[in-house]
Design a protein around this ligand. Structure first.
Ligand code: ACO
Length: 320
């Protein structure tokens, strides 16, 4: 059996950085409210010309360079996004074109909102384990700023734009050890963007609609549960985890999962203060930030976990 090993990582944030104080000039909020409830201080916002595929391609170029892999060596691209450039084609094919790839390898998007990167990694893992792929580019990329109502203080302060990418390669050495996904469509009312294109019109609101406290309770419960499942099923204990790399939505949700696992704050990669919630991009952004800062080192055990609209959630255990 072949493992899916991380060969390289990369990430990209748009240049425009917006503080809580900047937002307080536009909506009735404050740095104190946002910081206390979420831990968020800053978020990056794409400029008008920047599309999700631009962010994704920028992160991908850095990940390929880090891995020492040329674009045409990639035999599958999986992009996790809830904010694709277009209704179709997939953002993954647009990224393929932006990377100058001509090898005809498959490329597709997965849609699991903030759990998107867990779904994308799990899919890539299955392709490598089955022998169908040897080198895969897995990307989480979002321009969530485009689906926010900037007059709604209950949502606009929470999100940001960005992208993170990982190059996975088939290897005899351990990489992804175990992964687990879940979904429960009965909770779709808690978090969604109702809009759809029909009869030449956009029907339904194109903005994020969220029951914040409902999401909070569900996320805390399910993230702890799926982390336990991955550890139990892989025969690992929480003490063997060097780094928890959670979806970066809210520091209070992150603290609660770390506490449940008995992991001290020093073992948690935290980027929510600088990035806000970048949905499918948040976990690969945190992973790359942790690696490039020198915190995460080769041979360490990483537990990644995320949850998002659907609801959909999952966790992945990796030996880096
Ligand atoms: N600034 C100031 N006041 C605000 C703001 C704001 N930005 N937003 C809401 N308020 C007010 C509300 O109007 C309410 O006022 P009221 O009591 O007069 O009615 C008060 O603050 C409390 O509102 P709640 O929604 O009960 O606040 P809560 O403590 O639940 O915090 C929050 C809200 C931060 C959204 C929290 O519920 C949360 O983090 N939920 C998880 C949401 C999330 O992470 N979503 C991301 C997508 S899914 C995922 O990634 C897991």
């Amino acid at each position: 059996m072949q493992y899916a090993k991380i060969l390289g990582t990369g990430s990209y944030l748009p240049a425009k950085r917006v503080s809580n104080d900047d937002l307080a000039q536009k909506v009735d909020t404050s740095d104190e409210w946002i910081t206390t409830r979420t831990g968020i201080k800053f978020r990056h916002i794409a400029d008008e010309q920047e599309k999700t595929s631009d962010l994704a391609a920028a992160a991908a170029r850095l990940a390929l360079e880090d891995a020492g892999v040329a674009p045409d060596e990639i035999d599958l691209i999986v992009v996790a996004t809830a904010t694709p450039d277009m209704q179709f084609p997939s953002t993954a094919t647009i990224v393929q074109q932006k990377l100058g790839m001509t090898n005809g390898s498959p490329a597709f998007d997965v849609q699991a909102v903030c759990a998107g990167f867990m779904y994308a990694l799990n899919t890539a893992h299955a392709y490598i384990k089955s022998g169908m792929s040897k080198k895969i580019l897995v990307i989480g990329a979002e321009t969530f700023s485009r689906i926010l109502d900037w007059n709604d203080r209950t949502t606009c302060v929470l999100f940001g734009d960005g992208a993170g990418a990982v190059v996975l390669g088939a290897s005899d050495e351990p990489g992804i050890i175990h992964s687990k996904l879940h979904a429960d469509g009965n909770y779709l009312d808690l978090l969604n963007v109702p809009a759809q294109i029909a009869d030449g019109k956009i029907c339904g609101s194109p903005f994020v609609k969220m029951d914040g406290p409902g999401v909070f309770k569900f996320a805390v419960k399910m993230l702890s549960k799926v982390a336990d499942e991955v550890l139990t099923e892989s025969g690992y204990s929480a003490e063997q985890i060097d780094w928890l790399i959670p979806h970066q939505a809210n520091k209070r949700i992150i603290d609660s999962t770390a506490k449940h696992l008995g992991l001290p704050q020093e073992k948690v990669i935290l980027t929510v203060q600088d990035h806000g919630n970048t949905s499918a991009a948040s976990i690969p952004l945190a992973l790359d930030t942790g690696i490039k800062s020198g915190k995460i080192r080769r041979g360490q055990n990483l537990l990644l976990e995320g949850i998002g609209g659907g609801f959909a959630w999952g966790a992945v255990l990796i030996k880096y």
